[in-house]
Design a protein around this ligand. Structure first.
Ligand code: EPZ
Length: 420
């Protein structure tokens, strides 16, 4: 049985679509909740399958999880340090955050390797090297990571390269560690600032998120609290690209300009018509845009890798030739073959995709290979002439909530179906 989206393209989309809370902020925040003794409540938790899977892992650690629609409460008073099996950790990349949280709370952890979208090998060497630099003893054997942090000491960690997850892992690990830990060459994504904001709201003492250096002064304990996470900038960017292609006064609410400045600059140069009004952006398509010559994916504040497939659809339909360079992940062009089936003209050479704009795309059977590639293929289907079937929508459900219903509300012809 394969769950698919069946799409009939060519409609103009209008109305309002709201951006959900950030998946890549909620995942480390939920993992770090085990550092607290008490009850955390979250009031805008999106229905993403990655969040469901994170909650399953927390339950294994004996966290009491109470969930009702977008409300989630976690009671960590009887949290236990349990070995976390591969069956659970393989479901999402964010399972790796439990390592930093368990070391921060219990100074011990046994956990298997994380999963995540197959956009590269997704190693965790930077995480482990950073833990070792604080004195954590780590042995990897039989598919598990055995960690003993009984002699862990506050100190300095210099990341060899920028890693969002490793930055977040070390923030959690040092939150309750006596003394001052300084992290150098950290990631500056908005999700890092949101994690700092969350932990500090519970009594942590962390400074510097959003800059190159983060200082963590260990505290004895964290107290209970309530939190609401900021909007998902990748979903916002996805909807903005959709609106630029087929919107007519399409309104995206819960939009934070500062999180998508680079994409806004690209669209402005391409003469896309949008108006910003408080936390809304209203966008209207302007037909075929001139190609935006060159974009490369880089850590924040530059163009995000998680919007690369979606931007490729925009460039595929533009006038002229454009080049996209994917610097972050070594295998993040799986959507190219699928777009080619729809009539796209794209040449891939190593990390470069050379895109010759075409006038239109044609509906086809296409296969999502990961979360953001799937989102890009849905946009392509909504633009294509005729019918498109997007397979493997479970990838899309990892980070988009009821996407087909939200697009139906904008006037799209899209429905979720099960096929043999
Ligand atoms: C986070 O992944 C996001 N996931 C990804 O979003 C996002 O694409 C990525 O950051 C980059 O912004 C979550 O936050 C759950 P990295 P992460 O560590 O932490 C290499 C989505 O679609 N690296 O910043 O895994 C790595 O291979 C997902 O929502 C190592 O070599 O990304 C990559 O080339 C996809 N060793 C680069 O660093 C390590 O130990 C950046 O990875 C860790 C990373």
């Amino acid at each position: 049985m394969d769950e698919v989206f069946l799409i009939r393209g060519g409609k103009t989309l209008s109305g309002e679509i709201e951006v959900e809370a950030s998946k890549n902020a909620y995942l480390p925040i939920l993992a770090s909740s085990i550092l607290c003794d008490g009850e955390m409540t979250f009031t805008n938790v999106p229905e993403f399958s990655d969040i469901d899977n994170m909650c399953e892992i927390l339950k294994i650690l004996n966290v009491k999880v109470l969930r009702k629609e977008n409300y989630l409460s976690l009671n960590t008073e009887s949290v236990m340090n349990t070995k976390i099996s591969h069956e659970l950790t393989a479901k999402l990349r964010a399972s790796i955050f439990l390592l930093g949280a368990l070391l921060g709370k219990f100074r011990q952890a046994v956990i298997s390797y994380p999963g995540g979208c197959k956009i590269g090998t997704r190693p965790i060497d930077i995480h482990l090297k950073a833990f070792r630099s604080l004195g954590v003893k780590i042995v990897e054997k039989h598919g598990y990571i055995y960690c003993n942090a009984s002699n862990m000491k506050a100190g300095k960690v210099v990341f060899p390269s920028v890693s969002v997850g490793a930055t977040e892992s070390l923030m959690m690990c040092a939150t309750l560690l006596e003394g001052e830990t300084t992290l150098y060459n950290v990631a500056k994504e908005p999700e890092i600032k949101e994690l700092e904001k969350f932990l500090n709201s519970l009594g942590a003492d962390i400074r510097g998120a959003g800059t190159d250096t983060i200082k963590i002064r260990g505290v004895k304990k964290l107290h209970s609290g309530e939190f609401k996470v900021f909007p998902d900038r990748i979903i916002a960017g996805t909807q903005l690209i959709l609106g630029a292609l087929c919107g007519e006064n399409m309104t995206i609410s819960n939009f934070r300009r500062e999180d998508n400045q680079f994409l806004l600059n690209i669209l402005k140069e391409s003469a896309c018509d949008f108006k910003l009004k408080n936390d809304k952006i209203i966008v209207t398509a302007q037909g075929r845009y001139p190609s935006y010559k060159f974009v490369e994916t880089l850590p924040f504040p530059y163009f995000p890798t998680d919007l690369q497939p979606q931007l490729m659809v925009l460039e595929t339909l533009s006038k002229g030739t454009s080049v996209i360079k994917e610097n972050l992940f070594e295998n993040r062009f799986n959507h190219v073959m699928e777009l080619t089936k729809m009539g796209a003209d794209i040449l891939v050479k190593d990390r470069l995709a050379i895109i010759s704009g075409v006038e239109k795309l044609f509906g086809a059977d296409v296969y999502s290979s990961d979360l953001r590639a799937g989102a890009g293929l849905v946009i392509a289907g909504l633009m294509a002439e005729g019918y498109t079937t997007v397979h493997n929508v479970h990838f899309i459900d990892r980070g988009y909530e009821k996407l087909e219903e939200k697009y139906q509300n904008l006037g799209a012809e899209i429905k979720r179906m099960n096929i043999e």
